[in-house]
Design a protein around this ligand. Structure first.
Ligand SMILES: Nc1ncnc2c1ncn2[C@@H]1O[C@H](COP(=O)(O)OP(=O)(O)OP(=O)(O)O)[C@@H](O)[C@H]1O
Ligand SMILES: [Mg+2]
Ligand SMILES: [Mg+2]
Length: 515
C-alpha cells in the first residue's frame, strides 16, 4: 500500500474551510431535531463519459441500446481474456480529481473485490481499494459556504444489469453496462443536513458536467448515490452510520436522509444503540429498511489484480490536463456576474447547462457568443426571458433551440438600435421558432412589415387608414365628437402594426384624420 503525502498548503486550506463551515453551521441550529446533530457522508458512483469501457474496447451504451449488443468477450469474463486500461477513462478521472482539488497520485493500483451475482460474470469487480488514484480533495457547495472534504476518488468497473420478470419467473441479464468505467467519489462525513447533502450532489453534478467527465444523470443511472447517515447528541462524537444504497434522485435522497435521521433519534431516545446496517429506501412509504446487518456484511476478499500493472501517471501528463481544464462553475458564475448579470440570471443560464447532455452547446457558451461585442444584460434578457419563455410555451427546452448565434445577435441589435420595437422583436422570434427558418431577423421583420415607423416611411398613415376602415362605427363616433372612442382605434393600429407603432403618434394622426 502506498502512503500519500498531502501538500501542506492544501491541508491548511481544507482545515480553514472546514472550520469556517463548522462555525457557520453552529450558528444555524436545526429545529427539526433540537439537541441532535445529523451527519452525512456520501459515496457517489459516476459513470465516466467515455466511448469505450474501462478495460475493453466495446462501446458504452444507455437504455436505448438493445440488450447484450455491446459486450466483448472480456466483459463476459471469457477465460483467457485480459483487461486493457482505456486512457480516456484515466484522463476524465484525472480531470475530475483536479476539479475537486485532490492529490492525483503518480502511482496507484487496481484490486479485485469479490462477490457473486449474476450480473458480474467474473465474480469480482475491479476497483482501487488499497491505492486510489486521487485522495484529499474538497468541494465548496453552491448553497452557502459549506465545504465538503473528498476522501478519495477511485476508478472501478460497473456491473451488468439483471431484471426479473415475475410473470414468467425469469431473470434476464444484460451485460451492456458490464465493465463501463465508474468513478467512486467518497466524501468525508462533512454534511450536517439533508439540504447540505442535496446541495453537495447538485454541485458535484454540475462540476462533472462542466469537465465533461460524466452525464451525472441520476434518473438514467449515470450518477448513483449511497448515503451514510449517523446521528449524535450535539458535542458528542460521531454516531454509528447506516448506509442507504442506490438512491436515484436528489429529492428522494433528501427524504431518505430525513427518515433515517428520525429513525436513529427515536432509537437513541429509547436508549437503544443504532446497529450498523446497509439499508434500502422505499419511495412509496418514505422509509428505509434493512438490507443486511454488519454481521452479514460480505467478505470481499480484496486482492491486487494480477493482470493489471500499477497505474503510473507522470507529472507532465497531469500538468497537461491541468493546463487544459475548462472553466469550472464557480469561475463561470463569477465571470457572468462581473459582466453585469444578476446572480439570478447567471444561475438560470448555468442551470440549463447543469441539465444538458455533455457535448451539446451549453447556454453559457451560447450567451458568450451572442454577447461578444453586445450589451450583456440585453443579451441575457433575450435569452433567459424571451427565448426560454417562448421555448417553454412550445414545451421545448434550450436543447431544441434552433436560433443561431448570428440570428440572436442580429435580433438583439435590431431592437437595441430601435429599428424594431421590443414587441416586434418578440414577434420576429416567434416567427423564427414557428418556421424554423435560417433567414436573418431583418428579412423576417421586413416581410412582416415590422420596421418601426421612423425607419419604415409612412407606415403609420397606412395603419391608421386600415384601422379606420376596419372600425367604421367607432370612426363615426369620433367624427361626431366622442373623442374617447379613438382609443379603441389606436388599439387596432397597435394590433395591425404588431406593436411597432408609437401609440401617441397614432392617436394624434387618427384625431387629425377624423376631426
Ligand atoms: N459516522 C458517520 N456518519 C455518517 N457518515 C459516515 C460516518 N463515518 C463514515 N461515513 C461516511 O461513510 C462513507 C464510507 O465509504 P467508504 O467507501 O469509505 O466505505 P464503505 O461504505 O465501508 O465501503 P463500500 O465502498 O464497500 O460501500 C464515507 O462517505 C464517509 O464519509
Ligand atoms: Mg465506498
Ligand atoms: Mg459504502
Amino acid at each position: 500500500m502506498l502512503v500519500h503525502a498531502r501538500k501542506p498548503w492544501q491541508f491548511t486550506r481544507i482545515l480553514r474551510c472546514a472550520r469556517l463551515a463548522h462555525t457557520e453551521r453552529e450558528a444555524r441550529k436545526d429545529d427539526r431535531w433540537p439537541g441532535w446533530e445529523v451527519v452525512v457522508g456520501i459515496e457517489v458512483h459516476a459513470q465516466i463519459k467515455s466511448r469505450a469501457k474501462l478495460f475493453s474496447e466495446s462501446w458504452t451504451s444507455d437504455y436505448s441500446v438493445p440488450p447484450n449488443t455491446r459486450v466483448s468477450p472480456y466483459d463476459a469474463a471469457f477465460p483467457g481474456t485480459l483487461p486493457r486500461l482505456n486512457p480516456q477513462c484515466v484522463e476524465l478521472g484525472v480531470r475530475t480529481a483536479l476539479a475537486l482539488d485532490a492529490n492525483v497520485h503518480r502511482q496507484s493500483a487496481f484490486d479485485r473485490k469479490h462477490y457473486f451475482y449474476a450480473d458480474l460474470p467474473s465474480g469480482y469487480q475491479i476497483t482501487q481499494h488499497y491505492a486510489p488514484f486521487a485522495t484529499d480533495g474538497g468541494l465548496k457547495l453552491d448553497n452557502d459556504n459549506t465545504f465538503v472534504r473528498i476522501k478519495q476518488i477511485q476508478l472501478e468497473q460497473d456491473t451488468g444489469k439483471s431484471t426479473f420478470d415475475p410473470l414468467q419467473g425469469l431473470s434476464s441479464i444484460d451485460l451492456n453496462r458490464a465493465g463501463t468505467g465508474l468513478m467512486e467519489i467518497v466524501s468525508e462525513p462533512d454534511m450536517r443536513s439533508p439540504e447540505e447533502a442535496g446541495a453537495y450532489v447538485r454541485t458535484l453534478q454540475a462540476l462533472l458536467r462542466a469537465v465533461g467527465a460524466s452525464d451525472g444523470n441520476m434518473e438514467q443511472g449515470s450518477l448513483r448515490c449511497d448515503v451514510n447517515v449517523s446521528v449524535n447528541r450535539k458535542g458528542a462524537g460521531l454516531g454509528t452510520r447506516c448506509e442507504i444504497k442506490n438512491l436515484n434522485s436528489v429529492k428522494f435522497m433528501m427524504v431518505a436522509i430525513t427518515a433515517e435521521a428520525y429513525r436513529h433519534i427515536e432509537m437513541l431516545e429509547r436508549g437503544e444503540a443504532v446497529p450498523q446496517e446497509t439499508r434500502g429506501f422505499n419511495e412509496a412509504s418514505a422509509e428505509t429498511y434493512t438490507l443486511r446487518s454488519k454481521e452479514d456484511a460480505p467478505d470481499y476478499r480484496y486482492m491486487p489484480d494480477p493482470n493489471l500493472p500499477p497505474l503510473l501517471l507522470d507529472e507532465a501528463y497531469i500538468d497537461t490536463i491541468r493546463r487544459t481544464m475548462p472553466e469550472l462553475p464557480p469561475a463561470t458564475r463569477a465571470r457572468l456576474i462581473a459582466l453585469g448579470l444578476s446572480k439570478r440570471d447567471a444561475d438560470v443560464l448555468m442551470d440549463i447547462d447543469a441539465g444538458r447532455d455533455v457535448g451539446a452547446e451549453g447556454a453559457v457558451a451560447y450567451f458568450d457568443r451572442v454577447a461578444a461585442g453586445r450589451e450583456p444584460k440585453a443579451v441575457v434578457n433575450w435569452i433567459t426571458h424571451e427565448l426560454l419563455g417562448q421555448l417553454a410555451k412550445r414545451r421545448e427546452t434550450f436543447a431544441d433551440n434552433l436560433i443561431s448565434v448570428a440570428q440572436m445577435g442580429e435580433l438583439v441589435d435590431l431592437v437595441q438600435v430601435g429599428r424594431i420595437t421590443g414587441t416586434a422583436g418578440k414577434t420576429v422570434l416567434r416567427q423564427m421558432l414557428d418556421t424554423r427558418t435560417s433567414d436573418p431577423p431583418s428579412m423576417i421583420a421586413e416581410q412582416l412589415a415590422l420596421f418601426s415607423a421612423q425607419s419604415g416611411g409612412d407606415a403609420l398613415g397606412a395603419w391608421c387608414a386600415e384601422a379606420v376602415a376596419a372600425l367604421p362605427d367607432e370612426a363615426d363616433a369620433v367624427r361626431r365628437g366622442n373623442v374617447k372612442v379613438v382609443n379603441k382605434i389606436v388599439g387596432r393600429v397597435m394590433q395591425i402594426s404588431r406593436g411597432t407603432a408609437d401609440a401617441r403618434a397614432a392617436r394624434d394622426a387618427l384625431l387629425k384624420m377624423l376631426q
